[in-house]
Design a binder for this molecule. Structure first.
Ligand code: NAX
Ligand code: ADP
Length: 525
């Protein structure tokens, strides 16, 4: 894959890396890198006026003291208010700062208010991944004073994560610093990626720090792929490709009252490159575009054996507005062992364990909560843990949808690996958006991607199209707008549509996940 991987870490993983760095005598150098990255971010984003650095007693405070030394060296006026240093490297960096003429004064609310009066920027190095809620009252006052200054226009840069946030939670439990930027160290954290906690973290700047890559990879929960990495996953076709080689897709959905869901999935599939898309439904589905083929069935239990007899497609997406028979349909289709996307009505706890290597489940947090038997708040509080549990429950690949979505897939060591998507747009919070995603995922499966690659590429493609459409439509964005931008989003990620073949001359198919390919098919479906 092209590009540098961004890893997603939890505090336990970060602590393990710290412990290894310490044993190797490298922790001091890592703190130096961290502090330097913070100083660089401050100079780049907020170059004017005195910098006020707030240092806690742990290693987060140590990073702030190193940043203060670098800012001094860059000619910046620096003021430091610090709590008593508990971490040995924090003590060491306090001494180093004094050696080069930096003054460190005790952190009190009164001293803070005085120092804030002329500050050009505040650097929050009070608490990092070592914080366990709730915040003690003395620091709660400090946080409140910093936030008042922030509200009045003073920029705030947090180190690793805003003080008061629990690194593992998207839901703040109480007060925390609200930052304009957060310079996060080594890897991304839940609090910076999801929910209200991410909103309080502002722009995320990742300082990867030079620990041996294997140590970070070994402790990571997963990655957040770059657009270049996603673009490299997208299917390529040969110049002589035709509709029969670009993926034959069946959409199974469309119950009376929810027929639009199946239509949107069909449109999403077409716009994500599928060669032939047929919508199979019980009720009449609107022909949102004439390129879609439509087949109506009076009853699913008699229709499915007939469909199987026709010759199975390259991929199926089912559940979008499928109605009460979705569970039974899903059971049958999973038994076909073709690449399959399961959404909406097909997401039922009874199907637990029925997933196979080539299937993708796409719950939103409400559906995820139903599958897991937990409140939806537990899902949105820690989407990474929820996605992992869903994969363990269902099998196959899971896309836990949200802003951002999380993909969970089994890894070679028998565990679960996570991939967090970038981007998206708040305008995507409108009905039908997930239906289009199901169509997109089926199209990518049908073009030969593995379930894992289709999920990682599909969520980013969908989010990128949402960004483009959101720029034009804002909160008025609807799912058909996103479909219309899918082609351009594809070009954004891949950059070119030149017919490129792999060295063996065959179109790219990342099997073994395609369990069954059918070559002879009737022309109409
Ligand atoms: N591998 C990495 O990720 C690196 C991490 N570094 C830094 O190390 C930090 C973690 O350092 P530490 O483990 O020392 O932890 P922290 O510096 O986050 O916090 C520990 C301090 O917070 C206090 N504290 C904990 N809970 C509290 C509460 N509820 N109310 C008030 N005070 C509370 C503790 O008494 C202790 O003094 C990271 O966030 C990061 O800034 C860097 O130094 C470089 C490398
Ligand atoms: N604020 C947001 N930012 C990014 N993506 C979003 C946001 N809100 C919704 N989405 C995306 O829109 C889709 C909504 O899916 P879902 O709730 O299943 O919709 P529906 O069932 O109406 O089709 C998901 O892919 C989700 O990731």
């Amino acid at each position: 894959m092209a590009g540098v991987s961004e890893y997603v870490l939890d505090p336990r993983g970060a602590r393990e890396i710290d412990a290894r760095l310490e044993r190797a005598g490298l922790l001091d150098l890592t703190m130096e890198e961290a502090g330097r990255a913070v100083a660089d971010a401050v100079m780049a984003r907020h170059p004017v006026g005195p910098a006020l650095l707030l240092a806690g007693g742990g290693a987060n405070g140590g990073d702030a003291l190193v940043a203060a030394r670098h800012l001094l060296a860059l000619g910046r006026e620096v003021h430091v208010l610090a709590q008593p240093a508990r971490h040995p490297l924090t003590r060491l960096n306090r001494r180093r700062l004094r050696t080069v003429g930096g003054e460190v004064r005790p952190l009190t609310p009164a001293a803070l208010r005085r120092a804030l009066a002329g500050a050009g920027v505040v650097v929050d190095g009070l608490l990092g991944t070592g914080f366990t809620p709730p915040l003690r009252s003395a620091l709660a006052t400090v946080v409140d004073v910093v936030n008042t200054a922030h509200d009045a226009g003073t920029p705030v840069v947090s180190i690793d994560l805003p003080s008061g946030l629990d690194a593992c939670s998207a839901h703040p439990d109480g007060p925390s610093v609200t930052a304009d930027q957060t310079v996060t160290l080594m890897g991304l954290k839940t609090a910076l990626l999801f929910g209200e906690a991410a909103a309080r973290s502002g722009e995320m700047i990742l300082a990867p720090l030079r620990a041996p890559p294997g140590w970070v990879r070994g402790e990571a929960l997963g990655t957040r792929p770059s657009d270049a990495q996603v673009g490299a996953l997208l299917p390529r076709r040969s110049a002589d490709a035709h509709k029969g080689t670009a993926g034959r897709i069946w959409i199974l959905g469309g119950h009376p009252g929810t027929v639009g869901a199946a239509a949107l999935a069909g449109l999403g599939a077409l716009r994500a490159g599928a060669g032939l898309v047929t919508v199979h439904s019980e009720a009449e589905v609107p022909l949102v575009t004439p390129e879609l083929m439509m087949r109506r069935h009076a009853d699913w239990s008699s229709a499915l054996p007939g469909l199987h007899g026709l010759g199975l497609p390259d991929a199926v997406a089912l559940g979008m507005g499928l109605g009460p028979q979705a569970r039974a349909v899903a059971r049958t289709v999973l038994g076909w062992r073709v690449p399959t996307v399961l959404d909406a009505d097909a997401l039922h706890p009874e199907l637990a364990g029925h997933g196979h290597d080539a299937c993708i489940w796409t719950p939103h947090p409400g559906e995820a909560a139903r599958l897991l038997g937990t409140p939806s708040g537990a899902v949105t509080r820690d989407p990474l843990a929820a996605a992992r549990r869903l994969q363990e429950l269902l099998g196959g690949v899971v896309v836990l949808k949200g802003g951002p979505s999380v993909v969970a897939f089994p890894d070679s060591s028998g565990g679960v690996t996570l991939s967090v998507a970038r981007g998206g747009h708040p305008g995507m919070a409108s009905g039908g958006m997930g239906d289009t995603l199901s169509g997109i995922l089926a199209a990518l499966l049908g073009q030969g991607l593995s379930a894992q690659d289709a999920a990682v590429a599909g969520v980013r493609l969908h989010a990128r199209a949402g960004e483009r459409a959101g720029a034009a439509h804002g909160y008025g964005l609807i799912a058909t707008d996103v479909c219309a931008e899918l082609g351009a989003a594809w070009l954004d990620l891949r950059g070119t549509l030149s017919p490129t073949l792999p060295p063996d001359g065959s179109p790219r198919r990342s099997r073994p996940q395609i369990l069954q390919m059918v070559t002879s098919a009737p022309p109409d479906c």
